[in-house]
Structures are given as C-alpha cells and as structure tokens.
Ligand binder design. Structure first.
Ligand SMILES: Cc1cc2nc3c(=O)[nH]c(=O)nc-3n(C[C@H](O)[C@H](O)[C@H](O)COP(=O)(O)O)c2cc1C
Length: 423
C-alpha cells in the first residue's frame, strides 16, 4: 500500500500518530523570568495543534536552570510548574495530535550571558562572536547528575500530559558534544572510542525509558553527521542509531550540523555531499543509509518545501515522517492543506534572509557577516513565534538586519529580566 502524508504511523511502544507530518522542535524563548511556560506557549501550541500535524515537538526544554540554550527556555527540574505544564500540554493537543517535549542540556552552547562557566565533556570552547565561554570539563558526579536530570524531566513531562519526549542528541548540544571527537577529548569511560562517546546518550535514553515506562513514546534527534572534519561522522551516526534502537527508542529524527556548521538550516553546507545539496531535503540520502542500520521509524527534518518531494520520500520508503520547522512559523495550517492536496509548496524565506548577496552571503569569509546572517535568520523565525504566541499574524516582510537587531535586543532583555528575578 502506498503511503501518503495522511497515513497513520504506529510506533514500537504501541502509540499511534495520526499522520506523517511532524513539526520539529523550535526554541520559543517565551518562558517567564522563572523559566516556566506562559499563556504565549498555550496560544502558540494551540494554534499549531489546530493546523493538523500528527506530531508536534516542543522547543528544547532545559533540564538544569543553571545552563540554558537561551534565556526564555522553559526549565523543568521539579514539579513546581506542573499546572502551567499541564495547561501547555492540553492546549497543544486540542487537534488530537501528539505533543512531545524535547529535553536538552546545552553543554558548551550555553551563552556567556546565561552562564560564563558552562559544562562540556572537555574544555573545548565554542568560538562564535565571543558569545560563549570556555567550558569546564564535567566530572563523574556532574555526568551522573545530568543523566538523572534527563529522566526526571521526562517523568514530569509525562505527568503533565505531554504524550512523548524527545532527547536532543543533535546540533552540538551536550549529548552531541559527547558524541563528537572534536568536543569530547576525554580518555575515561565517556570518551575515546565510539562506544565510550555514545555512553552518555545511551545511559540517558535508558534512564528516560525507565522513568516513563514501555508504552510512552521516547524519541531521539540525532545528527546524520556534524559535517566537520574529524567530528561525529556518518558511519558513527549509523552505529549509534542501531544502539539507540537496542535501547528502545520509538522515533529517530535525523538532522545534522552544529552552531559552527549550520547544515541543519541548509547554511554553510561546505562538506555536505554535492548530490545531497542538489535535493531540497538536506539529509535524505543519509536517512536512506540509516534504513539499513535500524528498523526504528525515521523522521527526517531539514529543507522539505514541496509536497511532491515529501510524498516521494514517503512512498519510496526513505522516511516514515516528514519533519518540518520554519514553514510552521509562517503558516500554522500547512499540515491540513498539504494532506488535503491544497498546497504544493511551503513558504520559504530562508534564501532571502542573507545580508546582501555574493561575498556578503552565508559563505562570507567574514565571521561578523556570517554571525549577522545566522542570528538574523533565526531572529526572523523567533519573531514569527513571538507574533503567533501573542495571537497575531506572522510578519514575513521583516528583513535580516531588523531581525538581527530585534533578536539581539530581545535576548539581552530576557537575560536581564531573568537575572533580576534570581537576585
Ligand atoms: C527559530 C528556530 C529554532 C530552532 N530550535 C530548535 C530546537 O529547540 N531544537 C531542535 O532540535 N532544533 C531546533 N531548530 C532546528 C529545527 O528543528 C529544524 O531541524 C531546522 O529548522 C530544519 O528544518 P526546516 O528546514 O523544516 O526548518 C530550530 C530552528 C529554528 C529556525
């Protein structure tokens, strides 16, 4: 039987997702000064839920309030915000969809404004516009503490009514730092061989599984590769995927890249294979190889913009779910329209979100220009998320320069507000 975007998907844990469209995680930056969900989260996720995707994944929720990916992240360390979390879960499932919480620790990708002594497997500093301090290499107790926090956060997500969790093992965050030889220089049981580098991911997945039980969906977002020389390779990724299957995950979302190599957004694809670059879905070929390594249902995210390409990937058996992120910021109703065949191509602004063109573009040799383009592009989508959370329509005419400044000032304001609340 040929699969369509409207076909349901059964997961190994027994849960069912009612169609093949998954909204991938997008950090919201909407939490209050105490890192709790707000009415803006409810409005945003209700709006998205009504759009008809079978699966929604929240933006990364942090497991430790000392270390954030950015101010405005929701943090869950205990059940103090259970009511707000339950309200969020309820609003985000009005359409009968799944709502999974993405749980994460930023490791060294924790901005200086949040904490100037982040943690990481080793003390390799992230050099990006001076925004990140040199991390402290984690000791054994800090590693064990982080693993148990993943489990605790997942347990609270389940209690609150989220219908699944996803561990963020991609994009250069803590778990991905353990996986990569470039950021993991340890020579103890947590570093060195791939088996050792994958130990943290597998321990965290098993701890989460023990905390939520066998019938609750547990997903993982994993890089197909970091696309950096000497980093987490595609061969590493295939092996880790098969270990994750043994550890009992239900859905593997494939992405790629880190802050230093933004392949996840289709930017700076210096080392992405030429054939992959020609196709709109950035990681589809990697997913095809993944099929040989694991039987876990696969969601592939990054670059899908045309219905025909999505349908082809499903009917060819390359993916089980189509993952989409940025287009949801501009058209929350796109799942329903895609499934009904009313929409052929999704809104796509990323190619215009570049300062100038040519030498000023994504591949500019100037770090400052690349930084402005990166923060300007994500700032554009952050702004659309703020608009949707406020009950307003998206504002697609915003340019990269204004997006950059709006994001920079908002980020500074959120950090100040958080610091005032803590003092
Ligand atoms: C504004 C923004 C926020 C994002 N936040 C997250 C996040 O919290 N967790 C995550 O795994 N990926 C995050 N991503 C990456 C997306 O989930 C997705 O992998 C990427 O945008 C590629 O998919 P797309 O081409 O459909 O947008 C974010 C992307 C954007 C644009």
């Amino acid at each position: 039987m040929s699969l369509s975007l409207g076909s349901p998907l059964s997961l190994p844990c027994g849960a069912q997702i009612n169609n093949r469209i998954g909204k991938s995680a997008m950090t919201e930056g909407l939490a209050d000064a105490e890192d709790n969900p707000t009415p803006e989260h409810l409005r945003l996720y209700q709006r998205w839920s009504e759009g008809g995707a079978g699966l929604h994944i929240t933006g990364n929720v942090m497991i430790d309030r000392r270390y954030l990916e950015r101010a405005g992240n929701v943090v869950i360390e205990d059940d103090r915000a259970l009511q707000q979390l339950s309200d969020w879960a309820k609003a985000g499932t009005v359409g009968g969809n799944h709502l999974w919480m993405q749980i994460s620790h930023p490791g060294r990708q924790c901005p200086r404004l949040v904490n100037n002594q982040p943690l990481s497997p080793s003390s390799e500093q992230l050099k990006l516009l001076g925004s990140f301090s040199r991390p402290q290499a984690m000791n054994e107790a800090q590693i064990e503490d982080a693993i148990s926090r993943f489990a605790r956060t997942a347990e609270i997500a389940k209690t609150a009514g989220f219908t699944g969790v996803q561990l963020h093992c991609a994009h250069g965050y803590l778990i991905s730092q353990f996986l990569s030889p470039l950021t993991n220089k340890r020579n103890d049981q947590w570093g060195g061989s791939l088996e050792n580098r994958a130990r943290f991911a597998l321990r965290a997945v098993r701890a989460v599984r023990d905390a939520v039980g066998d019938s609750f969906p547990v997903g993982v977002k994993l890089n197909s590769a970091d696309f950096q020389r000497g980093g987490f390779s595609h061969e590493d990724s295939l092996q880790v995927a098969s270990w994750l299957e043994e550890a009992g995950i239900d859905l593997l979302e494939i992405s790629g890249g880190t802050y230093e190599q933004l392949s996840l957004l289709g930017m700076e694809p210096n080392e992405v294979r030429e054939s992959t670059r020609k196709r709109e879905a950035y990681f589809i070929e990697y997913a095809t190889a993944m099929r040989g390594a694991t039987k876990v249902p696969l969601m592939v995210t990054g670059g899908f913009r045309q219905r025909a390409v999505m349908e082809q990937a499903l009917s060819n058996g390359e993916v089980d779910m189509v993952g989409l992120a940025r287009p949801f910021c501009l058209d929350p109703d796109l799942p329903r329209k895609l499934i009904a065949g009313e929409l052929d191509a999704l809104p796509c602004h990323e190619h215009d979100l570049v300062l100038g063109k040519g030498w000023l573009g994504n591949n500019s040799p100037l770090e400052l220009i690349r930084g402005i383009n990166t923060f300007g592009q994500v700032g554009f989508y952050y702004w659309q998320i703020i608009r949707l959370g406020g009950g307003h329509h998206p504002q697609p005419e915003l340019g990269v320069w204004r997006s950059f400044w709006r994001h920079t000032l908002n980020d500074f304001r959120l950090n100040q507000r958080r610091k005032r609340a803590a003092s």
